[in-house]
Design a protein around this ligand. Sequence first.
Ligand code: PXP
Length: 240
Amino acid sequence: MTHLSVNINKIATLRNARGGNIPDVLQVAVDSERFGGDGITVHPRPDERHIRYDDVRALKKIVRGEFNIEGNPTHQPFVDLVLEVCPDQVTLVPDTDGQMTSDHGWDTLKHAVYLRKIVSLFQQAGIRVSLFVDPLLSMVEGSKALGADRIELYTESYARLYQRGLREEAIQPYLEAARLARELELGVNAGHDLDLKNITFLTQTIPWIAEVSIGHALIAESLYLGLEKTIACYKKELLR
Ligand code: PXP
């Protein structure tokens, strides 16, 4: 079954809008797991406009399931933080400073030398390493060649095409990339723009997706359904 990692960056964004500690990021993490989430994802960015580095340190002490930290390792403080906190998984993302959200995956061929080094650094610390990639066979092969444990398929184009009713077109590159990853014994995660409408088709078609990390839509859906019910709905969809 595909695991649900709840990305709580949006909770921190809301908190930061006012200063103070409402909503309480740590409490939301505890509750997300209590409501059935299999883990927590955070994406600390260099300007700490969402999750702050100190949040990540505090979360490490309270997250009971999988703790996944996303970010760009070309930012040295990020590397230091991950090595200090030692999460279950680090997902490496090639986002630039100040970028609104992640919008592309790694070029695992062009940056193979750099990535091999950084992947191995984290693995030596006992951290599983996942690389955020577009659904391209060459990028999957490249990830395997440089020693990653998993890939996270960037699902923005899946979500966009799915919304336009083009389900088969949407899923095709993801299915091919995930099949290749499975053949290469590379784990598969998926994330970005997933929601309660598009999650079922993705995970039914590619049931070997190990983990989806979902933030923006899950928090938006919670405004109407509440966090407990929203997480329960995702878990139900992931079981179908
Ligand atoms: N995966 C990665 C690498 C991301 O950067 C993000 C956004 O922080 C997500 C997944 C989650 O995307 P969304 O907020 O659209 O669910």
